[in-house]
Design a protein around this ligand. Structure first.
Ligand code: NOJ
Length: 568
């Protein structure tokens, strides 16, 4: 399996100017409100990130992906944006952003900003203007307003459901005080969907892309990239017609769904690409697009966003055959689109992989996200969780991932082996999923609990005040201070693997080798470097060679179960 683009072709030039820097980058996701709090208000902030740049540099990552840091009422963790061209005052200022960006760049780390084009927040000045303006006005045209059905317009325009539960339509009160039109929101009601057939919206986002690119942002992560364009031809289809087999909206693989993955969405990204290419090196983008695998390449095209997430490993069980199939298919897809592949096990939307792999189901199935239901773990009983096995498998899976060609996306805290926090009191939960599902889905707060930096003290060194989501006592064990410099700790393991990955990756080729067992995956990469991953419980013999790193202790010449090793 090969890809003609090689990193070697770029050697000798200024690495910061390398247009292909993203192809095999290790990208560390920071959820800013939970990373590091510089002013003790309980919320992480930009100065907190700047203070931790030495930590990020030591970790050995190539880029930071920063989840939304824009002004927001936090109805959806910052994915409800009040102003696309500013910093949330709770997190800092534009000057703090510039200082953070400069510190990251000085440490050789690129910066990827999350951009949220499908919806604004309901506090955005556009939405406020729409509410104050009459039906049919230009201000309402920036969103998706429709009259309701029924005698008095009291029934929503369609039976579509929000991803977070409940109807995807919310009724407003007209400026004269009467019950009025409905607006569409695929996510929370505080996240009205923008109307992407409006030229004004399109132009304004081009301005936003330039605004951040001019400030030194190297790339963008595009939130729900597959939802922007909609077919709202009347009569609107019913959810029963859309989803006859109950497979979830994303089961559509032909662009026929009225709001997921329509063909026209790519016209937007062609325009974005023109803006990206105004810069040197061109700005990059990665699509968050939960689409049928056969349609992912469109998002990753060089004329479009250039790269797309595949969440396949994240949804797979810890199973050799499943991993092999996913890796093979995705590398082939990436070669076809000209992009490089992406790999990810954990992010701010799913149960941490160290926890998923410790549950009896054995992997990611229960954290799956296609139909808006079930992508969030509905509270696994603590007694069913095997913490040690979960972490062991998570480390094995991560080491395998870091050996793959393509970009590896890491989520803050996974380098500490952090587990999901299940024990958040209902009164302290924040995720709209929890509220809109009346607690049936416990939501995503458990992976968003602020990081432990110290083994004790107020908020475990996250800040000087209580953290905005409560940290359990057992966080102490996973603190940076507990792992820093400690041989065999998850932190030291990540540091070693990330450093080696940088040294070892020369091209984007991978060759499968015979492993001699259905439970074991074995492959080589150019440069005489190979990976062996044992998904079974029984030890297997290690091939000859120098062990460069392993995800857990080895047993002489044996590779224990649930363990991965790199050899040369
Ligand atoms: C995907 C983001 O990752 C998630 O956190 C958010 O809730 C939705 N998009 C809506 O913006």
């Amino acid at each position: 399996m090969s890809n003609t683009a090689t990193l070697a072709t770029l050697s000798g030039s200024d690495p910061a100017a390398d247009p292909n820097w993203w192809r095999q980058a290790s990208v560390y996701q920071i959820y800013p409100r939970s990373f590091s709090d510089s002013n003790g208000d309980g919320l992480g902030d930009l100065k907190g990130i700047t203070a931790k740049v030495p930590y990020l540099k030591d970790l050995g990552i190539d880029a930071v992906w920063l989840s939304p840091f824009y002004p927001s009422a936090l109805a959806d963790g910052g994915y409800d944006v009040d102003d696309y061209r500013d910093v949330d005052p709770k997190l800092g200022t534009l000057a703090d952003f510039d200082a953070m960006s400069a510190a990251l760049h000085a440490a050789g780390i690129k910066l990827i900003a999350d951009i949220v084009p499908n919806h604004s927040s309901n506090r955005h000045e556009w939405f406020q203007e729409a509410l104050a303006s009459p039906r049919g006005s230009a201000a309402r045209e920036r969103y998706i307003f429709r009259d309701g059905k029924g005698e008095n317009g009291e029934i929503p325009p369609s039976d579509w459901e929000s991803v977070f539960g409940g109807p995807a339509w919310e009724r407003i009160t007209e400026p004269d005080g009467t019950p009025g039109q409905w607006y569409m929101h695929i996510f929370a009601k505080e996240q009205p969907d923008l109307n992407w057939s409006s030229r004004e919206i399109r132009d304004d986002f081009l301005k936003t892309l330039r605004f951040w690119s001019d400030r030194g942002v190297d790339g963008f992560r595009v939130d729900v990239a597959h939802a922007l364009t909609k077919d709202l031809t009347e009569p609107l289809l019913s959810k029963v017609e859309l989803n006859p087999a109950g497979t979830g909206a994303d089961g559509h693989d032909d662009g026929s769904h009225p709001f997921w993955d329509r063909d026209e969405v790519h016209e937007i990204y062609v325009e974005w690409r023109e803006v990206f290419n105004e810069y040197n090196p061109p700005r990059t983008a990665v699509a968050e697009a939960w689409v049928h695998a056969s349609r992912r390449a469109r998002y990753a095209s060089p004329q479009g966003l250039g790269q797309a997430f595949n969440f396949d490993l994240l949804q797979a069980d810890f199973n050799a055959e499943e991993f092999r199939e996913i890796i093979t298919r995705n590398l082939a897809e990436a070669t076809e689109s000209g992009a490089s592949s992406t790999w990810v096990f954990s992010n701010h939307d799913v149960v941490r992989h160290a926890t998923r792999y410790g549950l009896p189901q054995g992997g990611g199935r229960h954290a799956k996200g296609q139909d808006g239901k079930g992508w969030l773990l509905a509270g696994a009983p603590a007694e069913e969780l095997d913490v040690e096995l979960g972490l062991r498998r998570a480390r094995a899976a991560t080491l395998l991932m870091l050996a793959l060609p393509g970009s590896a996306y890491l989520y803050q805290g996974e380098e500490l082996g952090l587990q999901e926090v299940a024990e958040i009191p209902d009164a302290q939960r924040q995720d709209p999923t929890f509220f809109r599902n009346k607690g049936v889905e416990i939501g995503r707060d458990g992976c968003r609990v602020p990081l432990p930096w110290q083994t004790e003290g107020t908020s475990f060194g996250f800040g000087d005040g209580a953290a905005h989501l409560p940290q359990p006592a057992w966080f102490s064990r996973y603190a940076v201070a507990a792992e820093d410099g400690v041989e065999g700790s998850t932190l030291e393991f990540y540091r070693r693997a990330l450093k080696l990955r940088r040294e070892l990756q020369t091209s984007e080729e991978l060759d499968w080798l015979d492993s001699g067992s259905a439970d074991v995956l074995r492959f080589s990469r150019p440069g005489g470097w190979q990976t062996v991953a044992n998904f079974g419980d029984e030890p297997v013999e290690l091939p000859a060679g120098e062990v460069l790193v392993s995800s857990g202790p080895l047993d002489g010449g044996l590779l224990p179960g649930n363990t991965t090793a790199w050899l040369r």
